[in-house]
Ligand binder design. Structure first.
Ligand code: FES
Length: 266
């Protein structure tokens, strides 16, 4: 429109507008913006007055007694709307970043494992590196290991052991010749059941929540954070009738407190 000029962002009045607007001094902001856009020429003043008069004539009716919105009110509405918009955008951005987005099959998500991928009963645990867990299929051989302390002797079934040592977070390994896990960092040792039997670890190995699913897709057993603990640790998963397992690597359950780990017969 004739009379308006392009906004010069280096114009001190325009900068003054932003400073005043965001500090809530709306009258000053209005004047600064007006001067930035229109300048001070009489011609521009005339345009403003003509527009105002036209608008008044168009809306005036003899009966209507509606008090017009003042300039101050209008500016406050704009200011509050802008602040609300900024608040909404900030909140939405925070939610977007805070919301966990783990895909199935990646660490933090759920791993579906066919029952055929399980290690045989009482065989050495099988690593699933993508999910950072070992699957161990516990039978009488592991249950009755003479090194197994009685208070944590597990029931037959499956556990998904978190691969990280509970002492200071190193990766431990399965040592078949010693039939136990050993941590290379400070020498903690764990049985296949997850029970700590030596070293500075002060609790048994952590496990992930697991589900056993039958051929119809029904969950026939489940161990998660809500499942009652047995002597301070998660029970084993019963896999009778299951065709697949789900391991939830986003749901870790701490091992039982075991401040002086030792073998049962030591
Ligand atoms: S981190 Fe494993 S024993 Fe210290």
């Amino acid at each position: 429109m004739a009379g308006f000029k392009e906004v010069d962002r280096n114009n001190p009045k325009f900068i003054e507008y932003f400073v005043a607007f965001f500090s809530g001094r709306l009258e000053i902001a209005y004047e600064s913006l007006r001067n930035s856009l229109l300048g001070n020429s009489p011609f521009n003043e005339e345009i403003v007055l003509t527009m105002a008069a036209t608008a008044t004539q168009a809306t005036a009716t003899p009966q209507a007694v509606i008090s017009p919105m003042t300039r101050r009110e209008f500016l406050y509405y704009i200011w509050f709307a802008s602040m609300a918009l900024v608040g909404l955008q900030t909140g939405a951005a925070l939610l977007w970043f805070a919301y966990p987005r783990f895909k199935a099959g990646t660490f933090g998500g759920i791993f579906e494992i066919d029952i055929s991928e399980l290690p045989p009963v009482d065989a050495g645990p099988k690593p699933f590196s993508g999910g950072r867990f070992w699957l161990v299929n516990i039978g009488d051989g592991i249950r009755n290991d003479p090194r197994q302390p009685a208070e944590w002797r597990p029931a037959p079934g499956v556990r998904a052991l978190y691969m990280i040592c509970v002492h200071l977070g190193c990766l431990y390994s399965w040592i078949p010749t010693n039939n136990r896990f050993e941590c290379p960092c400070h020498g903690s040792k764990y049985l296949a059941s997850g029970t700590a039997i030596a070293g500075p670890a002060n609790r048994n190995l952590d496990v992930f929540a697991v589900q056993a699913v039958d051929a119809d897709g029904r969950v026939i057993d489940e161990v998660n954070r809500q499942t009652p603990l047995v002597n301070g640790e998660a029970r084993t998963l019963n896999i009778q009738g299951a065709v697949k397992l789900r391991v939830d690597t986003g749901q870790r359950i701490n091992g039982a407190s075991n401040p002086n780990p030792r073998e049962a017969n030591a």
